[in-house]
Design a binder for this molecule. Structure first.
Ligand SMILES: Cc1ncc(C[n+]2csc(CCOP(=O)(O)OP(=O)(O)O)c2C)c(N)n1
Ligand SMILES: [Mg+2]
Length: 374
């Protein structure tokens, strides 16, 4: 960013922070907005429960990581994105796609590997994307998307454009080399990016305490003289307040930040993991009591922004919406295996070369692909 613009923005900093805090408080004053946050969390919860069920029916292939219990960390932050902002997330990405506005039909269809999916059936559960909404994935390599997100922030800065980047990742990613490279570059180049670590206390079966020399992950920001902050990731309003403030600062002052949102995945690492071997029943029960949806419902009730009838209606609506998404995804066509190499290379000549090859013939993948698709 040009020095003159940075100076002007710094002068406005106090005003920017005050405005952001005001916006966060406004949510409970705007009953429609307040209820929209709850509705999205309910939709995600229902979507994930049904995705789990569909996986056991073999309608979803490959991996499938659910965000049950992490809804507030996703919805509170993604709600702060504005039209010019970009979003990057890890493979636990269904909630992010829904929160950014992708339709449940298109997200479910992607999980089913169908042509109508958000990635045309090429990506599956871990590689959702919605370019129109500036949601640039869904990434399967732990920490692999952080440098890419920094590249997007560099592009915004280089072109003197509006907007910022929100990059979400798990606690496990903070021990990957790319995390340190990404934070270092973002700090020395003053890039407009918020790194949000969704600390759910475990990377597969390894706890943060076992894996991290500094388990208070937000403190890692100080190694890069970057602002670091931790909030309760099961409190949707706290997440929204912090993300709103830090994104505003990124957009308007072009400064990065590391935001740690502490939460808990109520299911196992993936659908194939029961999640009970490395965690005690007491620990899981204690986090159930801090369920982000129950807590937010209580806040809305206390403020007279929601009654039992409205809650029931909302639950029923999202359940119907997800059922419809499943019906549509099941009925949607599967992509033709001969199109497997399309979009791999932009250059026509390489596409022609792949068109002459027999798709994945040495490994029999053509047959495998067909056998699990219904
Ligand atoms: C570079 C890399 N190493 C290992 C893996 C295998 N792996 C997949 S998920 C995962 C755990 C990551 O945990 P965390 O970052 O805390 O995210 P969470 O699953 O808790 O959302 C690992 C080790 C991978 N995908 N990429
Ligand atoms: Mg984790």
């Amino acid at each position: 960013m040009r020095e003159s613009r940075r100076r002007t923005l710094r002068a406005q900093e106090g005003e920017v922070v005050a405005r952001a805090a005001e916006r966060a408080r406004d949510v409970l004053q705007d009953s429609e907005h307040a209820r929209r946050l709850l509705r999205m969390m309910l939709l995600i919860r229902r979507f994930e429960e049904r995705a789990e069920e569909q996986y056991t029916r073999a309608r979803i292939g490959g991996y499938c990581h659910l965000a049950i219990g992490e809804e507030a960390a996703n919805v509170g932050s993604i709600d702060c994105l504005e039209a010019d902002d970009y979003l990057f997330v890890s493979y636990r990405d269904h909630a992010a796609a829904l929160a950014v506005g992708s339709s449940p039909e298109a997200v479910m269809a992607e999980l089913f590997g169908k042509e109508t999916g958000v990635a045309g059936g090429y990506g599956g559960s871990m590689h959702l994307l919605d370019v129109e909404r500036r949601f640039l994935g869904g990434w399967g390599i732990v920490g692999g998307h952080l440098p890419i997100a920094v590249g997007a922030a560099l592009a915004i800065d280089y072109q003197d454009g509006p907007g910022a980047v929100l990059c979400q990742f798990g606690d496990g990613a903070t021990n990957i080399g790319a995390f340190h490279e990404a934070l270092n570059l973002a700090a020395i180049w003053h890039l407009p990016i918020v790194f949000q670590v969704i600390n759910n206390l475990y990377g597969m079966g390894t706890s943060v305490k076992q894996a991290s020399a500094e388990p208070e992950l937000f403190k890692r920001a100080c190694a890069y003289r970057m602002h670091g902050e931790r909030v309760d990731g099961n409190d949707v309003l706290a997440v929204r307040d912090a993300t709103g403030r830090l994104l505003a600062r990124a957009r308007e002052e072009s400064e990065p930040a590391l935001l740690e949102t502490t939460t808990y995945r109520l299911r196992g690492h993936s659908v194939a993991d029961a999640g009970k071997v490395y965690r005690t029943a007491e620990e899981i029960a204690s986090w159930r009591e801090r369920d982000p949806i129950t807590r937010y419902v209580e806040i809305l009730r206390e403020r007279d922004l929601l009654d039992d009838e409205e809650l029931d209606t909302m639950r029923k609506q999202v359940a119907d919406e997800v059922s419809e998404a499943i019906r549509e995804a099941a009925a949607a066509p599967t992509p033709d295996p001969d199109e497997l190499y399309e979009n791999v290379y932009g250059d026509e000549q390489w596409r022609d070369q792949f068109a002459r090859m027999n798709t994945a013939a040495p490994y029999g993948e053509r047959r495998e692909t067909r056998s699990w698709q219904r």
